[in-house]
Design a protein around this ligand. Structure first.
Ligand code: GLU
Length: 546
């Protein structure tokens, strides 16, 4: 009786590993092409940190003409959620990050290296587990969970390192003969890896992000095939990333400490190990404490939050690139019109420790992204958002021609308006351009320097009677406000006012503010001349007379 008999008893009807090695040949890609992946569990929920990892992976593969695929890790069936894959697929799609290969609906995958859903790869894992058993590199373990628990508590009491290793790995020394008998007797078992490592030896490793790290070798005989016949994460990772031709495992740094085990698995399976790039998590400042963004406490941890708020996906991605490489910001400044894809992301320049998530900064990035859109794009995107989240805005936007004029104010020029940071801001930002809403608005007029009723009335009356002409171009429009200021004894130039502050009560800027507030109930708006052009004569008359 030898290992082969044991392996055949455990996995009788199974292929040889050569079958899979031939079925999934080495990928033919250009030199330096990066193959990477996003490998979530199908919980339906995508954490912003997951999106960040996926973005880095997709960017690296696009930059090198490689492949990015989506693999669903559903070997922990307790964690499964209905339509959990669809949620992930759609999130990626919404961010324009659809993978080249992998799952693209709840049940379908595309690409030559599938299935891309681990639960459908059971046979593949078992084939490699059998291969290890044949060589005495894996073995059946008959310990019940109670026994494993007992070992752990003994270790705890004796204050020694917990785990199934060395002398504690009871079933490691069960002979082939005995194992075969116990299996034939119907005893339950799982499969463990027989670790060749020693805890007192260290391994050196180079992580593409973290740099040189060194760890004690792994000596734990971890479970590779569970009682349900499915693999554990560690085993599946080695098999899948080998067969799928992954060159770079880009994943969360919570896995960094598993690298010694993973390298050992690759080694014992006879596979070439991939490069690892461990990404630090996105952190949040919580009253002075830095902690990970939490699914439970922070709404912004879920990528669905950004869609609900109406923050364009491009803004989220640009912000994440900012976090990934601090050089992105300068690049963006120097290349305001280039597509984000042209930026060369460098894994080695990623921060080793967790970056802070800064919502204000994200909104600022978003303002710039939106400012570069055409009126038509702003219209389409806000309407698309409104259809899901704000019926009132849908109604406001019904008159498309007028809405395009409103969104066209100060847009498409060198210094476009930057007042919209998310689609949920739009209503508030354009309300005053709609007479009905303007009339409904019960806010006070926020007059500033010139705020006494009498002077305001005088300014508005004179403006309407003598200076307002809807056909004026911008220069004559402004010249007339200057003249009006002069006529009423205000400084026609701000400079003049500053030189002789005692001579004047206010200056031309203050007079325009009176006009602006009377017309919009706001002190801050895009260009007043353009606003007046869009509002038109009748409305201007109405508002100024009020
Ligand atoms: N399913 C693992 C996770 O979600 C994947 C880690 C990896 O990328 O290898 O953490």
């Amino acid at each position: 009786m030898d290992y082969k008999d044991l392996a055949n008893l455990i996995f009788p009807d199974i292929k040889e590993i050569t079958y899979y090695e031939e079925k999934y040949p080495k990928r033919e890609l250009p030199e330096g092409a990066i193959v990477s992946r996003f490998a979530p569990s199908p919980t339906g929920f995508v954490h912003i940190g997951g999106l960040y990892q996926a973005l880095v992976a997709i960017k690296m593969s696009n930059q090198t003409k490689g492949i990015f695929f989506l693999r669903v890790e559903d070997t922990d069936q307790k964690r499964e959620v209905e339509n959990g894959i669809t949620g992930i697929v759609n999130s990626l799609k919404n961010f324009d990050m659809a993978p080249d290969e992998g799952m693209f609906t709840e049940i379908e995958g595309k690409g030559n290296y599938g299935p891309y859903r681990q639960s459908q790869r059971k046979e593949i894992y078992q084939t490699y587990a059998k291969y290890l058993i044949e060589q005495g590199k894996a073995y059946p373990c008959f310990c019940s969970s109670e026994e494993v628990e007992e070992i752990r508590s003994k270790q705890e009491k004796a204050k020694i390192r917990p785990g199934y290793y060395g002398v504690w790995a009871k079933c490691r020394n069960v002979t082939v003969q005995e194992a075969i008998e116990r299996i034939k007797n119907g005893e339950k078992y799982i499969i463990r890896f027989k670790s060749p490592g020693r805890e007192d030896k260290r391994i050196k490793h180079h992580d593409v992000i973290k740099g040189n790290v060194d760890f004690p070798e792994n000596d734990q005989d971890i479970v590779i095939i569970k009682a349900d016949g499915l693999p554990t994460y560690h085993f599946a990772h080695a098999i899948d990333d080998h067969l799928m031709g992954t060159t770079h495992v880009i994943r969360s740094d919570e896995w960094l400490s598993s690298v010694p085990l993973h390298l050992q698995l690759f080694q014992e399976l006879g596979f070439k190990a991939p490069k690892y790039a461990h990404i630090a998590p996105i952190m949040k400042n919580d009253n002075g404490n830095k902690r990970k963004l939490s699914k439970r406490k922070d709404p912004e941890a879920a990528v669905s939050y950004y869609a609900e708020e109406g923050i364009p996906s491009q803004a989220v991605k640009e912000y994440l690139l900012n976090i990934a490489n601090s050089t992105f910001e300068n690049w963006r400044r120097a290349n305001p019109d280039k597509a984000m894809d042209e930026f060369e992301l460098q894994l080695s320049k990623m921060s080793v420790s967790g970056a802070l998530f800064d919502m204000l900064k994200l909104l600022d990035v978003s303002k710039t992204v939106i400012s570069k859109m055409t009126a038509e794009q702003v219209y389409e995107k806000s309407l698309e958002w409104a259809k899901k989240y704000d019926q009132e805005l849908v109604d406001i936007l019904k008159d498309k021609e007028y809405a395009l004029k409103v969104f066209g104010i100060e847009r498409g020029n060198k210094k476009p308006r930057k007042d919209i940071s998310k689609w949920s801001d739009v209503k508030e930002n354009i309300e005053y351009m709609y007479q009905e809403l303007f009339e409904k608005d019960k806010k006070e007029y926020p007059y500033q320097v010139i705020n006494d009723k009498e002077t305001i009335e005088k300014i508005l009356k004179l403006y309407l009677e003598k200076y307002y002409d809807e056909n004026d171009d911008k220069q004559s429009w402004f010249d007339k406000i200057k003249e009006l200021s002069g006529e009423l004894g205000f400084a026609k130039e701000v400079k003049e006012f500053k030189a002789n502050p005692d001579m004047y009560k206010a200056h031309v800027g203050d007079v325009s503010t009176v006009l602006r507030v009377a017309l919009t109930k706001r002190t801050n708006t895009p260009d007043l001349y353009e606003i007046m052009q869009v509002l038109g004569k009748d409305i201007i008359n109405k508002r100024l007379k009020r």
